[in-house]
Design a protein around this ligand. Structure first.
Ligand code: HEM
Ligand code: HEM
Length: 451
């Protein structure tokens, strides 16, 4: 029986316990277990398959619970329709995974294996992104938000908010495990930042206004934001190289973040709560840009984190920029008209709401860093029994914790090779490597590969 009032998206009843269980189980499976399993897959851990099987069992249980709920009723919704695509995607991923696990390595199978692994790898890394989208859809559906006139605003907040969080995650990855990749790319961080900003700016320059129609609401402001991005992006790309072609840092992507925070927080709001949340959002984004300026100019003094002389330790200050980007993202996603009206109606103050959003950012930042440590623990294990290294000019060349740049780069190369080798070659290679070096590859072998 349809209890949804005419023109509404949800019925008045609360969510029942079956639906709450669905939500908890799916967040656990898609939000925590699969991303952890993904990292275990990337590092070829023997735990990859069991962890993903556990995730799949939970996901399937959660799927049926999603269908079985009573309580609040929902009109036709995007969460329900996207769920089918997602489950189809998962099924394909699991089937390919099972195929790989069977280790069919004769004839045609051997030839196609590397392509199958690559496909499984790309799909596996896409999965957390589409799970994120589905979880947002779930929240929107549960509250009946983002319909009719609200859709445009919802899209703007959720896409931009997710983009800030995504950018924050990419910066965290580059900071903690991507420095060697960056070094090998021969480009500075600002080259990639500026390129992204320029590309996004081009898109926004043309998509924020209905061309041919009148300039309405905030679209002139959004379009000008697009313009400033590609202009600054071009400058940033140009300045990211020295005249001799070596990478060089610059402050323009940081300046763009500051301008964006200032611009976006200045939109007029109807509710007082909304004004407060938007203001704090603007300050947070401006702070992210400002600490980036300090980091590059004063903490790193224009160095890349890894260079010939200083190849170790991320400075504690460097964690601030990515963290503030996560927070800006959550603040912005949490500031749509409907959310603001709901909270104002429930007499939630801006202080408590903003603290909750900060708490969520702390948790996500923690989770991302834990995953990156899991990755690093397999790729660059910390040697607890350091080998005594020869001394050069009276100073040790490195120790168990602080291993040299070249050692790490070699580890990465060996690790990348590992995925492409057959077991026999592998064993021969490892015998050779372990007789010439005492750490790294041999230890990874103990960690095992799936299967
Ligand atoms: C339960 C079913 C699954 C099985 C049996 C399975 C099996 C495997 C196996 C055997 C490998 C190693 C391939 C090789 O290097 O030879 C692998 C790698 C991988 N798996 Fe899975 N997998 C499953 C589910 C998943 C899921 C759900 C994800 C995504 C979250 C995922 C992400 C990955 C990734 C990212 C790699 C690394 C691929 C690379 O080296 O580029 N797997 N998987
Ligand atoms: C990525 C993980 C998730 C998946 C794969 C998933 C999947 C599903 C499926 C298959 C249904 C049944 C849809 C139908 O009746 O046709 C459903 C319903 C529902 N889910 Fe999820 N869900 C996930 C996460 C969440 C989250 C995080 C929330 C809330 C915050 C949520 C809220 C809901 C709601 C409110 C319904 C009822 C919709 C209806 O009856 O039409 N889900 N979900």
């Amino acid at each position: 029986m349809d209890e949804i009032p005419e023109g509404e998206a949800v019925s008045a009843k609360p969510l029942d316990s079956i639906l709450w269980t669905h939500i908890m189980i799916q967040i656990l499976a898609w939000g925590i277990i699969y991303p952890t399993g993904m990292v275990l897959g990337i590092v070829h851990s023997r735990w990859h398959v069991p962890v993903q099987i556990l995730g799949t069992v939970l996901a399937v249980v959660g799927y049926f619970l999603g269908h079985a709920h009573k309580g609040r009723q929902f009109a036709k919704n995007v969460h329900a329709s996207f769920a089918n695509w997602l489950m189809f995607f998962l099924l394909a991923q699991v089937l390919v995974g099972i195929y790989l696990r069977l280790h069919l390595e004769k004839g045609g199978h051997a030839r196609i294996r590397r392509y199958v692994v690559a496909t499984h790898g790309v799909m596996g890394k896409t999965l957390p992104v589409i799970s994120w989208v589905q979880m947002l859809f779930g929240g929107i559906t549960a509250l009946g938000f983002c319909r009719g006139d609200h859709l445009g605003q919802c899209l703007a907040h959720f896409i931009m908010g997710s983009a800030f969080i995504g950018y924050g995650i990419i910066l965290t990855i580059l900071l903690l495990v991507g420095q060697y990749w960056l070094k090998r790319s021969g480009r500075s961080q600002e080259f990639f930042d500026s390129l992204l900003i320029a590309a996004w700016g081009c898109v926004n320059t043309f998509t924020e206004h209905r061309w041919g129609g009148p300039w309405v609401k905030n679209d002139i402001q959004h379009t000008s934001m697009g313009v400033v991005w590609w202009c600054a992006g071009l400058l940033g790309v140009y300045l990211s190289r020295k005249r001799d072609g070596r990478p060089k840092r610059n402050l323009f992507p940081a300046l763009v973040i500051i301008l964006t925070g200032w611009g976006m927080s200045a939109h007029p709001q109807s509710l007082e709560l909304s004004t407060h949340v938007h203001t704090v959002f603007g300050y947070t984004l401006m702070a992210a840009g400002a600490v980036r300026v300090i980091e590059i100019a004063f903490v790193l003094k224009d160095r890349n984190t890894v260079d010939e002389k200083n190849f170790e330790e991320t400075s504690s200050f460097q964690y601030l920029t990515p963290f503030l980007l996560y927070t800006s993202g959550f603040l912005f996603m949490g500031a749509t008209e409907e959310q603001m009206a709901l909270l104002a109606g429930a007499h939630v103050t801006h202080v408590s709401y903003i603290l909750i959003l900060f708490s969520i950012s702390f948790l996500l930042f923690l989770f991302v860093i834990m995953l990156l440590h899991l990755y690093a623990a397999h790729v660059w294990p910390v040697d607890r029994n350091p080998v005594v290294l020869p001394k050069v000019n009276g100073r040790a060349v490195g120790n168990g914790h602080l291993r040299g740049d070249s050692q790490r780069l070699r580890d990465v190369e060996e690790f990348e090779l590992e995925g492409l080798m057959s077991d026999e070659e592998d064993a021969r290679y490892h015998r050779r490597v372990s007789s010439s070096s005492s750490s790294g590859a041999g230890r990874r072998k103990e960690n095992g590969r799936p299967g």
